[in-house]
Design a binder for this molecule. Sequence first.
Ligand code: GLN
Length: 304
Amino acid sequence: MIDFQGTIEAIYNDLKQTPEKGIVASYIPELSKQSSESLGIHIQHIDGRTFQIGDWNVPFSIQSISKVLALSKAIVFENKRIWERMDVEPSGNPFNHLSLLEMEDGIPRNPLINAGAIVVADILITHLENPKMDFLNYVREITGDDSIDYNLQVAASEQQTGFRNHAAANLLKSFGNLNNDVDVVLDFYFHQCALEMDCSQLAKAFFLFANKGICINDNKHISSSQAKRINAIMLTCGFYDEAGEFAFEVGLPGKSGVGGGIVALLPNNFVISTWAPGLNARGNSLLGMQALEQFTTKTNRSIF
Ligand code: GLN
C-alpha cells in the first residue's frame, strides 16, 4: 500500500525549502495579490480516501483549468461535431498565441488554448439557457459542493486587461467560428476562468475524468469514451508549449492555470491537485510541476 500522506508531506517539506518559487502572474492584476509562498497538495483517491497538506483548503482562481470542465459540458451537447470547430493537436505555443489561428483559418489547434476555449464558451452560450448560472451549477454538481462560485473581481480584472483574448475572439468571429457576440462570449469565458476553488474541490471536480465519466456523487455526466478523449487532450495539450515536458516529468494527464493550480489524474486511481502561485517562464506553476514530478517518481504511479 502506498503511503500517500507520507509522500506528500515529504514533498511539501522539501519544496518549502526551495528558494526559487517562480513568479506570480500579473497580467491579470487581481492575480498579482497572491503569494508565491503558498503551497497546497490534495489527493482524492477513487476509493474515497483523501490526503492533504499545506494550503490545500485556500480558494484560488482556477483560470485555464476551467477549460476542461467547460469542454466536458460542451462535448455532451455537440459530441463529435465539436471537432469541426477545433482540432485536437498540441499547439507547441503559449496559451494566448494568435498567429497559428490566422494561418489555420480560425480553427484553434485544441480546446485548451485560449482560442479553442473561447469556441467552447460560444458552444455553451448557444446551448445553455442561463450560461453563467447553468455552468456554475454544473461545476457545483460534479463537485458536490454548492459553495463554489465565480470571483467577480477576477473576472472584471481580466475583462479590462484581456486584450489578447479580445483579439482571439475577434479573429474567430472574422473566420465565422463564433456564433454569438464577441462580448457575450468573452464575458462568459472570463467568468469561467474566474471560478474559485481550493485543491480539495478541484480534485473532486476532476473525479469524473478518473472514473469513466461518473462524478464523485455517482452520477454519469460523460461517456467513458468521452472521458478517455478528454484525458488524452489534457495529456497532449494541457500545459501548452510545456505539454511534452509535463508528460516527460510527471506522466499524467493534467491541466494548469495561471492562478498557480494544477490538477492531474491517474484513471481508475486518483486525482491530485496542487496550488503554488509562482509560475515558470511558460506560465505553469513551478512548484506544482516539481511536486507532481516527485510524486509520480516516488510512488511509481503514472500512465507510463
Ligand atoms: N484567463 C486566462 C487567460 O485567458 C487563462 C490563462 C491560463 O490560465 N493559462 O489568459
